[in-house]
Design a protein around this ligand. Structure first.
Ligand SMILES: CC(=O)Nc1cnc2ccccc2c1
Length: 450
């Protein structure tokens, strides 16, 4: 909590005549619940991470796009019971419109693709990094906002698209110094569950709800999962069958159950074969329990996880071939992933991989006399003109300036002096240079280097 200033009020000072006090209470200097400020050090890490995201996007020849954080609520109203739609940061604006702070990026991307219609040629490979919001009861003390890197491929129906997206993830992890011993990528397909639900003749309109419930595997108990499945109308023996297949970790076992012509098996085999050629097989594994919690996935789904099992999913994604048609246009195949800025930083800290991002300044300019402010300004202007970052310092003692030069890792310290100073520092010209690799200290008429 912020320190409130303590001004005596009437009751503090007994007996005194009431005095008019202008209550100077401090505003709460903390950001809203569940949100963060970024100090320079935090911002250097965030910018470094986002620079990695951008560089990987460039390597995959994705183009950057952006959307408003504020969206129409209608874009996110879905009836599948997803946590994300039950925590909408929604409100009515002054025009009486129902709006939200977006909880995810994909629906905005779908909206823009539809808006562009024929004016964009497919396939599209778009990426963005944007803040997403959720309104969580603070009981869980979890954050209400995070930044997400999203990569999406629109207009490619073959699993080549998923293979490309997974390549992006592998490149990103490798760039951060993370290996396949630290992180794995679990891959499955919603067509696995779909095929099973059909064998148990469960009606299609239940599929999405079943997916969202099954995604809670590992987060709630099996009994609760079974109870929720039965409550949406899945027969008990179907539940048993589902849970059994969801424990599969081998494609051949899956093929035994679904048969060699199952689409799910063909897709996954093709994906694992492409992975061989990309050279990232050691990063991926089939795991039938991966369903992901978003209602709109229709095919391959994947998520990256830390092999020590200490953290929540690092990122996740999948194919969503029906989303655009639910927004009223013809089917356009699509797949993508979302990669949050929180878990990855926790992982980097765990692995000691957080880079040492020091503050850097090329030059510090310090006029030694107040009447040298003018000449100092000329020096500053010419240095900045040359593209050097310059920190102009004034009203400080020289001792402080030297400390500051070290603190900000200055390449050079430029003291602007005049003839008097030359007499004082006999052997020193008016320009004293502090090199980053060795500092020159000045004591009374004597100079030595560290
Ligand atoms: C670990 C973390 O901060 N997760 C997080 C934080 N804020 C969100 C906001 C919207 C949607 C998902 C979110 C997820």
């Amino acid at each position: 909590a912020s320190r409130a200033s303590s001004i005596p009020t009437h009751d503090d000072v007994d007996g005194a005549a009431p005095i008019a006090v202008t209550e100077r209470t401090m505003i709460d200097v903390n950001p809203p619940r569940g949100t963060r400020d970024f100090l320079p050090e935090d911002m250097r890490l965030r910018n470094w991470l986002f620079q990695q995201f951008r560089e990987v996007s460039r390597l995959l020849s994705f183009e950057e796009v952006d959307f408003p954080v504020l969206e129409s609520e209608a874009l996110f109203i879905r009836k599948a019971g997803e946590e994300i739609t039950q925590q909408l940061y929604n409100f009515e604006d002054k025009g009486g419109r129902r709006v939200v702070l977006r909880p995810e990026i994909t629906p905005s991307l779908a909206r823009l693709v539809i808006k562009q219609g024929k004016s964009v040629s497919l396939p599209l490979k778009w990426f963005t990094i944007g803040q997403c919001w959720r309104y969580e009861r603070m009981t869980r003390g979890r954050r209400r906002e995070h930044y997400q890197w999203n990569m999406d491929i629109i207009g490619v129906s073959r699993v080549r698209a998923e293979a490309e997206l997974i390549h992006a993830l592998v490149i990103l992890f490798e760039r951060l110094g993370i290996t396949s011993a630290d992180v794995g990528i679990r891959i499955s397909s919603r067509k696995v569950l779909q095929a099973l639900l059909q064998t148990y003749s469960i009606p299609e309109h239940l599929f999405t709800e079943v997916f969202v419930i099954v995604d809670k595997l590992g987060k709630i108990t099996k009994e609760e999962i079974e109870k929720e499945l039965v409550s949406v109308g899945v027969s008990l023996d179907a539940v048993k069958g589902l849970v059994e297949v969801l424990s599969f970790k081998s494609l051949t076992r899956l093929e035994d159950v679904l048969g060699p012509n199952a689409e799910a098996v063909a897709d996954l085999k093709q994906l694992f074969s492409l992975a061989e050629n990309y050279g990232y097989s050691q990063w991926i594994q089939f795991d039938a329990s991966v369903v992901r919690g978003l209602a709109y996935y229709t095919g391959i789904v994947f998520e990256a996880f830390d092999k020590e099992g200490k953290l929540r999913a690092i990122c996740g994604g999948g194919r969503y071939d029906r989303l655009l048609s639910t927004f009223g246009t013809d089917d356009i195949p699509a797949c993508g992933f979302g990669f949050g800025d929180a878990v990855i930083v926790e992982l980097l800290k765990e692995k000691g991989l957080v880079p040492d991002l020091i503050r850097q300044v090329d030059d510090i300019v310090f006029p030694l006399d107040v009447e040298l402010e003018g000449p100092a300004s000329k020096i500053v202007a010419s240095l900045r003109q040359k593209g050097r970052s310059v920190d102009l310092v004034e009203d400080k003692r020289l001792k402080w300036v030297f400390k500051h030069a070290e603190r900000v890792n200055a390449g050079r310290l430029i003291l602007v002096g005049n003839s008097e100073w030359q007499r004082v520092y006999k052997r020193i010209s008016t320009i004293i240079v502090v090199h980053s690799d060795c500092c020159y200290y000045l004591t009374k008429n004597k100079m030595f280097s560290k």
